[in-house]
Ligand binder design. Structure first.
Ligand SMILES: [Zn+2]
Length: 262
């Protein structure tokens, strides 16, 4: 049986690069970051390539550093996807988008200064089969661009409850909710939206309104098709502790697979 033949120096270089990568992750991770993985797994051949945008033009969440370090740790530990994280909006070009499978707006805020060509490029990317993921304040972003509102599914209105609440899983069969059970409790900054996206999207999570002393229908995560592509949004993620929560990480990993059609 033929076996690939690597010279000894290749193994040495591979091990060295993993070691440097691990040191980088440990040095950059905040104390609240995900527990370091005991080993790193090279990305699978068809692993989705995720472009993570964390640019803010308004409020800036303290949890951004943990969000990025957690995504990098997850990618390294599982090999299920790769991460390119950027704050530089000039990198949102058709060629950059073309070399990724999914664009994630994580904790973005405000009217990001995108050109008309960049906006058109993002819509074309998703309509042409690409994936989009919005997390938490991705709905507190780009209010003046209606196509973005359609892409992310709704616009943020207010956050009346920052406390422990119960989240109900509406569709446990979706890859982004698998393994969560019927409901779970979490301390979060729970969002409401300008209008209820339920008629336009498939709601995956909703707030158990009674758990925060309220009443009404408050979707918290959803998915939708967008032209030939797929879009997913999750309103959780305010706190660094949410990003380091395996239940949240499982949702994001599932959303990456689903939006990337893996
Ligand atoms: Zn927040």
């Amino acid at each position: 049986m033929a076996r690939p033949h690597f010279p000894l120096t290749s193994y040495f270089l591979l091990l060295t690069s993993y070691f440097i990568g691990a040191c980088f992750l440990l040095a950059c991770g905040s104390p609240q970051s995900a527990s370091p993985s005991p080993s790193q797994v090279p990305p699978a051949a068809n692993a989705p390539r995720v472009l993570v945008v964390t640019t803010t033009a308004g409020f800036r969440h303290d949890s951004i550093a943990t969000a990025v370090s957690t995504l990098r740790s997850l990618a390294a530990a599982t090999g299920e996807f790769t991460i390119t994280a950027t704050e530089d909006l000039s990198t949102l070009s058709p060629s950059t988008l073309g070399s990724h499978d999914v664009v994630m707006f994580a904790l973005t805020t405000g009217e990001l200064p995108l050109t008309a060509a960049q906006k058109g490029g993002l819509i074309d990317f998703v309509e042409g089969g690409g994936g989009f993921i919005g997390v938490h304040s991705a709905t507190d972003t780009l209010y003046d661009w209606a196509d973005y509102g359609r892409l992310v599914g709704a616009y943020f209105r207010e956050h009346p409850w920052t406390q422990q609440g119960t989240v109900v899983v509406e569709d446990p069969s979706h890859p982004a909710t698998a393994g969560l059970g019927g409901q779970f409790a979490i301390r979060e900054e729970f969002y409401t939206f300008r209008d209820n996206p339920r008629p336009r999207v498939q709601v995956l999570l909703r707030l158990d309104a009674g758990s925060v002393g309220a009443s009404g229908d408050f979707p918290l995560a959803w998915s939708q098709t967008f032209g030939g592509g797929r879009s997913y949004y999750n309103a959780l993620g305010h706190f660094a502790e949410t990003w380091t929560d395996p239940r949240f990480q499982r949702q994001i990993a599932g959303a990456i697979r689903w939006t990337a059609r893996r």
